[in-house]
Ligand binder design. Structure first.
Ligand SMILES: Cc1cc2nc3c(=O)[nH]c(=O)nc-3n(C[C@H](O)[C@H](O)[C@H](O)COP(=O)(O)O)c2cc1C
Length: 269
């Protein structure tokens, strides 16, 4: 199939597909949209998804594989409260999450936005307690090295390491039963940003599966830095880099209240 196929019998020449195409590869012709620059398509599927008469097909996002938008969409108050209910979960029940549920959690993350629709995040799920302990230890080692070169985070890291080493509290991995590492191709300059979006999707979806998550910030920063001992321990493929780490598990406690944030700061100009 050529990249874009238009059923001109169905097309009403509304021009919406031309308007919404992020790569501007469509133009309005006599009979409807035509595509003259098919190499720029980022396979986002907007043209197929928006067409009011299902006249548009795209080889990268075939019409036959797309489903109609399910109704009803959440009303704004329900959505607002749902979004506010998400909390970072740092206290987990010891039992690991079933692979099936983790797969569901990561599956929804595929729908998060990625730069240029690059997608392509690849996940490694660590469930072995001993390996998680080694990961936390290596992260602590990396933090110590950062302190030694006077990184701007030295003071903060020193406090964290005091808690970790002297008080023997796992402030790095929070005794999470599982850690999820996200990797992206080294050539993908936006892998870290893409991963942040993916974590948002996974974290917001997690409570619907009875799960809790928290970004493992120290571990992921260590991973993003490319700290060799961690990369080696995880056996990250050569062309991949770590772009994020998420703790996941069954929450030990249930939150009773929504907490307030700082005031909204916004300027309309
Ligand atoms: C980039 C990033 C890194 C984070 N790293 C950690 C971490 O290493 N350990 C931790 O316990 N929480 C971590 N958090 C969770 C934040 O502390 C938390 O989002 C914040 O305190 C607000 O609480 P809430 O998520 O429950 O609303 C991280 C969050 C983000 C966005």
């Amino acid at each position: 199939m050529e990249l874009i196929k238009v059923d001109y019998n169905k097309c009403i020449k509304c021009g919406i597909c031309v308007d919404i195409c992020p790569s501007c590869i469509l133009e309005m012709g006599e009979d409807g949209p035509v595509c003259n620059w098919d190499r720029g398509c980022m396979a986002c599927g907007h043209c197929v998804a928006i067409c009011p008469t299902a006249a548009m097909d795209n080889a990268h996002c075939q019409l036959a594989k797309q489903i109609p938008v399910p109704m009803p969409v959440l009303d704004s108050e329900t959505a607002y409260n749902f979004l506010r209910m998400r909390r970072s979960i740092r206290n987990f029940k010891p039992q690991p999450v079933e692979e099936e549920k983790i797969t569901k959690l990561l599956d929804i993350a595929r729908y998060a936005p990625t730069a240029g629709n690059s997608q392509g995040l690849y996940y490694i799920v660590i469930s072995d307690a001993e390996t998680i302990r080694k990961i936390a230890d290596l992260t602590a080692e990396w933090m110590q090295k950062e302190i030694e070169v006077n990184s701007p985070h030295s003071r903060y890291f020193s406090n964290i390491l005091r808690t970790y080493h002297e008080r023997k509290i796992d402030i790095i991995a929070r005794n999470a039963p599982q850690l999820i590492f996200a990797c992206a191709r080294k050539l993908n300059l936006t892998g870290v940003s893409n991963c942040e979006q993916a974590w948002s999707y996974a974290s917001l979806y997690a409570p619907t599966l009875g799960l809790g998550t928290t970004t493992a910030g120290f571990i992921q920063t260590c991973g993003i830095s490319g700290y060799e001992p961690l990369v080696e321990l995880l056996d990250i493929p050569k062309k991949q880099q770590i772009v994020g780490t998420l703790m996941v598990g069954y929450p030990k406690y249930k939150y009773q209240r929504l907490v307030e944030r700082q005031h909204l700061k916004v300027e309309f100009r």
